[in-house]
Design a protein around this ligand. Sequence first.
Ligand code: AMP
Ligand code: MG
Length: 362
Amino acid sequence: MTRQIGCLLLAAALCALTGCGDAGQATEQETSSASQTATETEELPSSTQQVFAMDTYMTVTAYGDQAEAAVSAAVEEIQRLDALWSVGESDSEISILNDSGSILLSEETAELVERSLTLYQETGGAFDITIYPLMVEWGFTSGEYQVPTQERIDELLELVGSDKLEYDAETRQLTLPEGMAIDLGGIAKGYVSDHIMDVFEEYGVVSGMVSLGGNVQTYHTKTDGSLWRVGIENPDETVEALSGVSYVGILSVGDKAVITSGGYERYFEEDGVTYHHIIDPSTGSSARSGLLSVTIVSEDGTLADGLSTSLFVMGKEKALAFWAEHSDEFDAVLVEEDGAVTITGGLKDCFESDLDYTCVES
Ligand code: AMP
Ligand code: MG
């Protein structure tokens, strides 16, 4: 591996012209330990609120004359969407669907289901919202973890496959074959952060960001016109090549979602084996693709969330091949089990790291 010094040297000069940001002029700022917060340099009114939803702490921050109203509206929207899609709430739309087997979807749920079905097709089934019965069996929904027998996994795999869903886009009627159930947990947070960008727009927010359990979406630049600096968490400090660093790297971005999936987010151990919450729909078990984490950078938060999960399942080789075909839609940072870090070409001017890394071009 060679350190991509060339990439970094160009960074300051090119950021405003490349995928780093779409708004404002980029200026280099000090590395702020990737705490994902703004440097408050101007007297603009600002507001921040924290809320616990979708199993995680979320922080919404906005700057602008209506910052407080914007953040309150955003928090209300987070809670409304959580209530709509939570599989943990028996009266959510998704729980009602899973219990009854058929439902007329609301417009927003239909939109997210349709995005999920498209991703299922595009990722060759790596992204599949019908893995829910397996999530339950492994105990990831309840915290009562267990390793199912192969026989049980095979039985449940019969209930997995988004191609088995009956969906009529005209009427928005979704019908699940007997025993099947869906879970939007791999994509819902990205939809929520996209939606918050719309709320910010509505309230004339000048600069803002939302952090949903480490997943970040930024609105415009920081108030001083510089790009936001978002850290990618170290997925495993026990890996020699990753030891001693809190962050794999820092991304400088404006108007982008930066969303990470990793096995380290939720897992349990049994007989010395670690099992985590990202399921490979082809095996019914935790995806073992050689990756520790996948970070997706895109203007489209929903896509970024869906793809972070999908590319984690695919593994490096397939993930890079997928990127090569969709490089206009997103970029990625892949961290492998041996600590090797790979970034895709669109990030070469906005990624900084103390680690060695490889930059691939399409
Ligand atoms: P994320 O943190 O975005 O990678 O999402 C992980 C969550 O997505 C899990 O907790 C499950 O709810 C769901 N999930 C797990 N495996 C898959 C998969 N292969 N396709 C779609 N959703 C998944
Ligand atoms: Mg995801």
